[in-house]
Design a protein around this ligand. Structure first.
Ligand SMILES: [Zn+2]
Ligand SMILES: [Zn+2]
Length: 747
């Protein structure tokens, strides 16, 4: 009788990411271990309910187990406990799988793709296991999710795994609550699951045994192999030999764009790159992103992987396919670069792979599972010891980002033009789509629509209350916004590009709805409130509005967008009013001639353009300024990929030291602060007599960061604001970020 006195009933409700990730079997194991009776059940919108009877102390232990032994992917938003008296006696513990209505799933989180877990890798390597060498091995804790989900609720019928009915053995595991594959929607084995096939480009099958082992042998021999993975298709080739990389670059017409590589393990990564503790955590995280790492010197792999850069993008294998290829390959790393074309979305069907990769891939290693939601690899870089997304996609999408406020309605935002993502705001969360690339072609516009529609469907958003787009009048994404607004009868809200950056930074930092901050927002281009091209801005404001308080000196862009492609033009524009024409011409011919597509003829034409002020908009862009300096210092001349000028300048600066000689002058133009950049660039000409290019690159970046910080600190002091942030594409520059951070903290 006394023993029973201590018995209690507890109804525990856990909300957050607790569905589709093996959560209920996890609870089953915990509850049975503690000798508790009752059940666990999915509630859809409200998460998961655990209803248990038993010794009060055992229930308390269950609660601490729940937190301490949390399965990797689970995210708890809230755990509620309702203590009651024990009612009718219950026997044993069960997983209640009774159906939940479709209308109940509206708030449940959809899991992202998860890298293969160590237990599944072990099975793949065990000759006694039926998953031996089977590349699609996964369990309740791991495997593809988002890329396979067609609709909700999340079960096999509504994923691309519907094409592969479970065999008896898999079915038994699926229905056994004690099995780690219990209720796992994407499980399969060699009997019932998808298969890899290695093809010649003409579609005929390459004979000779296990397709992955054969592909690996061909990679060892220097072939270029297309590999279909989880969310898309990679082009793979070896990294210890320049030959195949040279062929790949020629065939893809990508002379300089950095390629990502994949290594079998950390030990191999450390042979060619330096890995900090934070970087190690990111590399080995469940999402397995590409992490930009500092190259070792001398760099033992081919210089053609990321020419002219001091970093290399590295990832670890995230699916069985990758593990098995790398297992058979004798290389410390393989190039694994996305097979899509710039400005076009990733193609994912086998049919398209043959068409698009004709003349590019020597072989195609494909499988017969459809990719429903294409999803590129995520890319991040550790800046000032903080991980920073350059691209948030596979492994993270569609997990939301928490907002420090409640949205007044459902908002669909269609994103900008370059390296775009769209977003949905719902309640206190922001859901980003996967990386969409540049929205500049009809194909990419389609992808934008499809990605938004899919997320709207999965989140049960219905008709949006507000549609948001960039202020730019000619961005293609505007047509998607117009269609959405038309269909739903809602208004379009136009958002200035740099204000969007500022607001994102505020949300990331948890700034409250009514607070204001000062933001330094630096990138290549954004349509300004006054219609001119902005990109080096000091803004003050909050979520709802902003004012421009400072910027870089507006510089002429003779020929407009041509300046973004030919860095010599920008340099010429910046120094046009700073130097006598003869002197400038001399510098251009001596040091910048490679920054013009048509050499001296172009230089003369640009002079004429500047004299007549013809087709010469003025920009405050930081990207263009760094392009110009990159050109003068010989780091890069003509753009072959987005961001090349600043990235190569940063690589040059990484080997430099701080010198003196660059003036940091902030002047006032009306109410605005202006950092005088022509003088800064002009000073480099004097420095050249005494200093190395590396030191000048370092010193220039340092001075620029100082100037930006000085403007922001001045505004913050004048306006009585105590928070300053730095964001935009230039915030991917580690050194500029560090200098601004230090400078702001000092004040
Ligand atoms: Zn697993
Ligand atoms: Zn099976």
């Amino acid at each position: 009788m006394t023993a029973r006195m201590a018995e209690k009933r507890a109804i525990i409700t856990v909300s957050g990411l607790v569905q589709g990730i093996g959560f209920r079997p996890f609870i089953y194991r915990l509850a049975t271990r503690r000798g508790l009776r009752g059940h666990v059940k999915n509630l859809g919108d409200a998460g998961v309910r655990i209803d248990v009877d038993g010794d009060e102390s055992a229930i308390k232990l269950l609660l601490s187990d729940l937190v301490e032994e949390k399965i990797p992917l689970a995210v708890y938003n809230k755990i509620d406990i309702d203590w009651r008296d024990v009612g009718e006696g219950r026997i044993g513990f069960i997983i209640d799988t009774s159906d939940i209505g479709a209308n109940e799933v509206k708030h449940s989180l959809i899991p992202p793709d998860v890298s293969i877990c160590p237990e599944c890798v072990e099975e793949m390597q065990d000759p006694g296991d039926r998953h031996y060498l089977y590349p699609f091995t996964c369990c309740a804790l791991c495997g593809p999710r988002f890329t396979t989900i067609v609709d909700l609720p999340y079960d096999r019928e509504r994923t691309t795994m519907i094409d592969f009915p479970l065999c008896d053995e898999c079915d038994r595991e699926f229905n056994d609550p004690g099995d780690r594959r219990f209720n796992a929607q994407t499980i399969c084995d060699p009997t019932c699951g998808p298969r890899m096939t290695l093809y010649h480009p003409d579609g005929s099958i390459v004979q000779g045994g296990d397709p992955i082992a054969v592909a690996a042998r061909l990679l060892n021999e220097g072939s270029i192999v297309a590999v279909k993975g989880i969310g898309g298709i990679h082009l793979a080739t070896k990294t210890t030999d320049d030959g195949p990389l040279h062929v790949l670059r020629t065939r893809r017409r990508k002379p300089g764009k950095p390629f990502a590589v994949m290594s079998p393990d950390l030990e191999n990564v450390q042979k060619y790159a330096i890995v900090s503790e934070t970087e190690r955590e990111q590399l080995t995280s469940l999402a397995r992103p590409i992490v930009a790492l500092r190259k070792r010197e001398p760099f033992p792999l081919s210089p053609l992987i990321s020419p002219g850069l001091d970093t290399v993008g590295v990832m670890l294998p995230y699916s069985g396919i990758h593990h098995l290829i790398l297992y058979h390959v004798d290389e410390p790393a393989l190039v694994m670069t996305s097979a899509n074309y710039p400005g076009e979305p990733m193609f994912v069907s086998n049919e398209d792979a043959f068409k698009k990769l004709e003349g590019v891939a020597d072989y195609l290693l494909l499988h017969n599972r459809r990719i429903h939601a294409r999803c590129d690899d995520s890319v991040l870089r550790v800046i000032d010891d903080q991980p920073l997304f350059l691209r948030r996609s596979r492994g993270y999408v569609p997990l939301p980002i928490g907002l420090p406020f409640d949205s007044r309605g459902n908002v669909v935002a269609v994103g900008p033009e370059l390296t775009s993502t769209a977003a949905i705001l719902k309640e206190d969360k922001c859901y980003l789509t996967q990386h969409l690339g540049d929205i500049e072609s009809p194909e990419s516009l389609d992808f934008l629509s499809v990605a938004i529609d899919h997320l709207v469907k999965l989140l049960r958003v219905g008709v949006p209350d507000i549609v948001a787009c960039d202020l730019h009048p000619n961005f293609l994404s505007r047509t998607v916004a117009a269609e959405l607004a038309d269909v739903s009868g809602t208004d379009i809200v136009e958002v200035q590009h740099h204000h969007a950056h500022l607001a994102s930074l505020m949300a990331d930092a948890g700034v409250k709805p009514d607070d204001e901050i000062v933001g330094i927002v630096c990138d290549g281009y954004g349509y300004g409130s006054d219609g001119s091209p902005w990109g080096g801005e000091v803004l003050m404001g909050g979520y709802e509005g902003f004012s421009r308080r400072g910027h870089l000196e507006p510089q002429p862009m003779p020929g407009g967008d041509l300046c973004a492609l030919r860095y010599g033009r920008m340099f010429q524009g910046i120094l046009y009013s700073e130097l006598p024409k003869d002197r400038l011409a001399q510098v251009l011919y001596e040091s910048c001639i490679e920054g013009f597509q048509r050499g001296g003829k172009e230089i003369e034409a640009v002079f004429e353009q500047l004299e007549k002020n013809f087709n010469t908009p003025y920009t405050t862009s930081t990207g263009r300024l760094l392009d110009a300096v990159s050109c003068l210092l010989g780091a890069s001349h003509l753009r072959t990929y987005e961001g090349e000028g600043p990235m190569k300048l940063e690589a040059l600066a990484a080997r430099g030291r701080l010198r003196g000689g660059i003036p940091v002058d902030v002047e006032r133009d009306g109410g605005d602060l202006v950092l005088m950049t022509s003088k800064m660039v002009g000073a480099l000409l004097t420095m050249r007599a005494k200093h190395r290019a590396e030191d000048m690159a370092y010193t220039f970046q340092h001075a620029l960061a100082d100037g930006l910080a000085e403007m922001a600190v001045t505004v913050a002091k004048e306006q009585g604001i105590d928070a300053i942030g730095f964001t935009g594409g230039v915030a991917n520059n580690d050194m500029i970020t560090r200098v601004i951070h230090r400078r702001v903290n000092e004040e």
